[in-house]
Design a protein around this ligand. Structure first.
Ligand SMILES: Cc1cc2nc3c(=O)[nH]c(=O)nc-3n(C[C@H](O)[C@H](O)[C@H](O)COP(=O)(O)O)c2cc1C
Length: 427
């Protein structure tokens, strides 16, 4: 059995899988459902005093499932911060959550939001939580709800706050100086200059960065010719595919700063979590997948990670944590032909035994370079002068029957797994 134990900001945790800020960390009853799945950590629902307890427009979860099966894990959410009064949460709910976490050996991380860039509105939460025994606090700076049309009046609130390195520095520094426990800064994916914000909060003394908060979204019901849910922009949960974007943003951070990073966004499976760890994160978080699939998704990720590590011979998380970060580069640095040859030297090679002549590559070749017919019982025929060597046929073959090879050497440039071969020779 692999050893999943690890540490984050000097705090020991039994495994790197956990739950990012949402309802599940807001109430002991819900938190317990997650801790029973064996998670290593959980973040509390964001507490605040912005306008008293938040009143969410009910209903506030709008699933996009009815707009097509490809939208089944996408939804928009007009829920905001904790709906409980801060005082009640602090005196009743937090102690219960801390006790459950202690009993189940789970790291509880607090989450709070002040009012914009005024540090005095953040610090009291940190002091209260530190006094209550919370070991670490996340600053929820980047809620999506205030992003749309973020004009000057809103620049200190929600996502716009987290996009500005100077404001992020100011808030973080004041918070770090106010308490002894580690402070984690939460990023918004809307931030274009994420490396800049990461450097600013590292300089301010943040112990860690978490990425990412939800995107923002809006939807229109074309049948009723009206907004779907609430007519505003709000949290946009994009399901598993959005990991593609969040992972890239996370790597902007891990390739830039030295402090630990919590990675999440679109994680549904153990390999999604492994990807965030390989991208340099210390811990990997789930959120909307728990809503879409149920709390059991957490145990599946932990068990899956365990089996994966055994299969790969990784004994500890450290054996693969950050394994790809050193290879991360700008696309413009990757070796290429001086001028792309008119006739591609990289072409598909078909494996006759594996090909079942389904014809998908013929249909999908964007350049019309493949011809073939099921009834002729022949593998697809390549028209070399039409082929661009793009690799799309390989990606869509569900029998692994296509490899991209170099015509001179016959060497495989890409078999559809891992990184392409750097086949361009230096002059
Ligand atoms: C229902 C719901 C409530 C959330 N509430 C908060 C919150 O109070 N504070 C916060 O920082 N993030 C909150 N988030 C954002 C998540 O913690 C997470 O950053 C985001 O959903 C992206 O991860 P995912 O793709 O795994 O869902 C919430 C997300 C959901 C779905």
């Amino acid at each position: 059995m692999a050893n999943l134990q690890t540490e984050f900001c000097g705090l020991k945790i039994k495994n790197p899988i956990g739950v990012t800020s949402c309802d599940f960390g807001g109430h002991d009853r819900l938190l317990r459902r997650c801790t029973e799945q064996g998670i290593g950590w959980i973040i509390g629902k964001t507490v605040h005093k912005i306008d008293g307890p938040h009143r969410w427009p009910r209903p506030y979860f709008y699933s996009l499932r009815r707009f097509g099966n490809d939208m089944k894990d996408a939804w928009i959410c007009s829920q905001m911060f904790h709906n409980m009064t801060y005082e009640r949460w602090l005196s009743e709910e937090l102690p219960k959550c801390l006790k459950t976490c202690e009993e189940q050996d789970v790291l509880y991380i607090g989450s709070c939001s002040g009012i914009g860039a005024d540090p005095e509105t953040w610090i009291p939460f940190l002091k209260d939580m530190e006094a209550a025994g919370v070991k670490m606090v996340e600053l929820d700076t980047g809620g999506p709800h205030a992003t749309f049309g973020a004009v000057d009046a809103h620049k200190d609130v929600g996502a716009p706050l987290a996009m500005d390195p100077e404001t992020a520095y100011k808030v973080t520094k004041a918070c770090v100086d106010a308490v002894k426990i580690p402070i984690m800064f939460k990023m918004t994916p809307q931030c274009v200059n994420m490396a800049g914000v990461a450097l600013a909060v590292e300089k301010a003394g943040a112990a860690a960065i978490s990425a990412n908060n939800a995107f923002y979204g809006a939807w229109i019901d074309h049948e009723t010719a009206s907004f779907f849910g609430v007519p505003s922009s709000m949290g946009g949960l994009i399901g598993r595919p959005w990991q593609l974007f969040s992972l890239a943003k996370v790597m902007e951070i891990t390739a830039t700063v030295k402090i630990p990073v919590l990675g999440g966004g679109g994680s549904f499976t153990y390999d999604d979590c492994a990807r965030y760890l390989m991208a340099g994160c210390g811990i990997a978080g789930l959120c909307s997948s728990i809503y879409s699939r149920g709390v059991g998704v957490l145990k599946e990720c932990i068990d899956g990670l365990n089996e994966f590590m055994d299969r790969k011979g990784y004994q500890n998380i450290k054996d693969f944590q950050g394994i790809v970060v050193k290879d991360f580069q700008y696309l413009r640095e990757w070796k290429r032909e001086k001028q792309m040859a008119d006739l591609t030297p990289v072409i598909p090679r078909f494996n006759e035994e594996k090909c079942n002549m389904c014809g998908i590559c013929v249909t999908l070749c964007p350049y019309g370079a493949l011809a073939g017919e099921k009834k002729t019982n022949k593998i697809p025929e390549l028209t070399r002068e039409y082929c661009f060597g793009c690799g799309w046929c390989n990606g869509h073959c569900n029998r692994d029957a296509i490899e991209m090879i170099h015509v001179d050497s016959n060497e495989v440039v890409w078999n559809g797994y891992g990184t392409i071969k750097d086949w361009v020779k230096e002059d």
